[in-house]
Design a protein. Structure first.
Length: 275
């Protein structure tokens, strides 16, 4: 990928200037770096790392060995998540950061900033990657790889910010909907409580009406209503008795009338006979 290309090129350049290393370097150190570079170029990054470590055992202050070691670690990160504590990028990041601050070799400082930008880019920390690429370009304005990666990081940062804004708006809309749902649930609960209170009040009124004193006629009407509009046996017997008494009284009146009529007729016959 574009953001990894410059580290490989830099390894080759450092290999070419091995013979001009510091006076503190030893022949063993230079040989270990040279053998490490060969392993690196063949894609055997773990063996290259081992050889760079051996060079550092000969000279722990070797910026070249440190830089190449960090570059080999970058290549070994593979598909390991960028935020994993087991990712070799954590060690590489620490080495590049130290070299960017302390190395007297401008080429190593420039390349360390560049690779710090690459690591930050892999972590999607585009703001930091932009800053690192800019540092590399201040040292070497002709670093086209740093310039291209800077543009890419700026585009990625803008895209990231747009996505955050969209998610923020989406969260606001969701909060509004949640608040609306909560208010609706609250209103529904209040309506249910009011309905329940009204029902309880109606039941209380019915109970109070049942407790009020009632007249005999009301009790009789209530009793008849409870019996489905029918007439009780006692009332039926009472009605029949009343009808029977009325019928007997009528019969007595008729009999008395007949008796009086017969008596008048008898008196007429007696009078007639006397004549």
């Amino acid at each position: 990928m574009q953001i990894r290309q410059f580290a490989t090129i830099l390894i080759m350049l450092l290999s070419a200037i091995n013979c001009y290393a510091e006076d503190t370097s030893t022949k063993k150190e230079r040989n270990f770096i040279k053998d490490g570079n060969e392993k690196y170029e063949s894609g055997n990054y773990s063996d290259a790392e081992v050889l760079y470590k051996k060079a550092l055992e000969q000279n722990g202050m070797s910026d070249i060995a440190n830089f190449n070691k960090a570059s080999a670690l970058m290549k070994q990160s593979g598909n390991t998540p960028a935020d994993s504590p087991n990712n070799p990028l954590f060690v590489a990041d620490s080495i590049f950061n130290a070299l960017s601050q302390s190395s007297n070799n401008t080429q190593i400082k420039e390349s360390s900033y560049y690779n710090l930008g690459n690591i930050a880019f892999d972590k999607q920390d585009y703001q930091k990657s932009i800053s690192m690429y800019k540092h590399a370009l201040r040292i070497n304005p002709n670093n086209d790889d740093a310039r291209d990666n800077l543009r890419l990081a700026q585009l990625k940062l803008k895209e990231q910010q747009n996505n955050k804004d969209k998610n923020k708006d989406k969260n606001k809309d969701q909060d509004k909907q949640d608040n609306k749902d909560k208010q609706q649930n609250k209103d529904n609960q209040e309506n249910q409580d009011k309905s329940k209170d009204n029902k309880q009040n109606e039941q209380k009124d019915e109970k109070n009406q049942d407790k009020q004193p009632q007249s005999p006629q009301q009790n009789q009407d209530k009793q008849q209503q409870q019996q489905g509009q029918g007439i009780s046996d006692a009332n039926a017997e009472k009605i029949l008795k009343t009808m029977e008494n009325e019928e007997n009284a009528t019969r007595r009146k008729v009999n008395m009338k007949k008796a009086k009529e017969a008596e008048r007729n008898a008196n007429r016959r007696q009078t007639t006979n006397q004549w």
